[in-house]
Design a protein around this ligand. Sequence first.
Ligand code: HEM
Length: 523
Amino acid sequence: MLSLIIPLTLGLAVIISYLVLEYPRLRQTYRLWSHRSQLPPGPPTLKTGLRKPWLWFLELTQQYGDVVYLQMGPTPTIILGSAQAAWDLLEKRGAIYSSRPRFIMGGELLSNNLRGLMAPYSAFWRRWRKLLHSGFMQRQSEGYRPVQSLESKVLMHELLVEPEGYRRHLERYAASVVVTVTYGRRVEDVRSDVVVKMNAEAMGRLTSVNIPGKYAVERYPALKYVPAVFAPWKAEVLEQRKKDIQMYTGLMDDARKRRAAGTLPDCFAKYLLNEQSSLGMTDLELAYAAGTPFGAGVETSAGSLASFILACVKFGDTFIPQAQAELDRVVGPDRLPTFDDLPSLEYVQAVVSETLRWRPVAVLGGTPHATTADDVYKGMFIPKGSTIIAPLWSIHLNEADFPDPHKFDPERFLKDREYPGTLGHSAFGWGRRICPGLHLGSASVAINIARILWAFNVTPARDEKGQEIDVDIFAYSDGFNSSPLPFRCSITPRSSKHAKVVVKEFAGACEELQRYTAAAGSL
Ligand code: HEM
């Protein structure tokens, strides 16, 4: 008898485990099957392991229309291919389109749900979002403009004295602005700065686990509860979590000490510390919240500016003369443009918008959204729990909105045309998840584009024979954010007078930045 009971019990345990693991998937499969005739159109087979999935998504939206259905593993996935579809769903129906898909490895196990960017639509996310909104809303961000202006003067000087290192200089600028407005300490060298290094490591830990298909737990969420002693992948990710905690709390402790000593300048960390008790947040929640801007704001700002340089090299003849004529008229030859000049620089503003449109860094439209209720759009069924991807590569290169889309043409933004929203492009996303750093990010892009155009001629580099070296406007990096691969170009001052102004304004900026530089040594 006993000899029968043991195999029967084992068999039953296997069946129950299988059902527990498979139940959510079987239930979802049934729901999709029952609505199969109403699902949006989509390809019969999937392409997996693509290094640049946005290229395939563009083909799909060109073939199937603005709303495409993909069955990616157990999760229904919807690709939106036009500004209007993204607006109609992510903005207007934001109440049910603002969650996130589950990121079990990156969001739950590595980050213990403390990274708001990956958090589902929830009370925690709302609290986190409110914090970022208060820290970076328009009025608050205007308070960061002096730092952006000073760092931009440093950037202009770096471009003057070492133009071939332009990419590193753009990264330093973006990192320094974000670290200064977050922790009140600046970045002098992006290669050796300790905060930059620590944050880059944390980003590395996150991206190494956020790889679709790499871990079975993403497909079978119940595996999350297997004790770490039986699951080396889980033990490892929990070890990585400890490193993140150590880093984020270390940075916040440093800010706390400087606040106590009265040396912490106004910054996001100071705001968080001042408001901590009224916000009812733990030290750890606070430390992770302060880490947000670095992850979201550095690559995006630097990558957008790198695309601008690329556009200058490829299309400069068609727009730089007009931009420089406007700058000469409005600003004159004796000083760099300032934030106050921007409203009068209509053409330069169009160059800024076209930069963000032409090569959107957030090629996939940022982190995917997820739906929290069933929905029907133009007769198509969009199931609850769908992952929604609105790739900006499809949306910004949609011929219907932007004819001849790979041409860099600022004039598009000077003509009347219909486009949902107020910006004329969608570079910062939509609705409740719209980029909270959009004022800071767009100000960084705008002031530097205005100043580069004012101070320099950006043209193709020349080879030994004096021939112009062409650039490839499609040579972009893989990854969540996509920016130009290294390319050569020539950045020279427009005249010796322009160069002198850059040197003079840099000297003044160095003095003013001193108080942020001193703090940089505190870690
Ligand atoms: C040119 C610079 C930038 C670009 C192009 C950009 C673009 C984007 C995009 C497309 C999204 C996704 C929005 C959506 O899901 O609908 C996003 C989200 C986000 N951005 Fe930015 N961004 C930039 C700069 C910044 C900066 C400087 C910060 C720092 C405060 C920041 C913080 C965030 C955060 C925290 C989110 C996630 C919001 C959420 O999940 O609720 N971004 N950004």
